[in-house]
Design a protein. Structure first.
Length: 129
């Protein structure tokens, strides 16, 4: 995940969100990096045939598949920032933007912080300009 953030030019991991369906691997890794972690609960709901395949072929006896099993693994190191019922819920909690737009918004905000005290002072003195 660190390499992906680096490749994308993300300097502050807290501005990114990892969306995953595995609390142990996705959640623990994201939180260790300081990222937000949105657990896609719906991704842990699988049909019986897929469950049988995983149970047959997965060599990791600790690998958990169902929602209940994921909840059993949840602790302070991997607790999701948000729990999503579906991917549609993501937009309820996060707003995504390009790096260029984020930088532009930050520049505008910093400019506004510099200008605001002077404007407020003028308004207090009864001057509109």
């Amino acid at each position: 995940m660190k390499r992906i953030l680096d490749d994308m030019g993300v300097k502050d991991p807290s501005t990114a969100v990892m969306v995953g369906d595995n609390i142990r691997s996705d959640g623990t890794a994201a939180i260790a990096l300081g990222m937000n972690y949105a657990w896609q609960k719906g991704g842990t709901i699988i049909d019986e045939a897929t469950l049988r395949c995983y149970r047959t072929f997965c060599q990791d006896k600790n690998y958990k598949l169902t929602t209940a099993e994921h909840l059993e693994q949840m602790n302070e190191t991997n607790h999701p920032t948000e729990v999503l019922e579906s991917f549609k819920d993501l937009s309820k909690y996060y707003r995504f933007t390009t790096q260029e737009k984020a930088l532009e918004a930050k520049t505008l905000t910093n400019s506004a912080k510099k200008i605001a005290p002077a404007v407020m002072k003028r308004m207090a003195n009864g001057k509109s300009r």
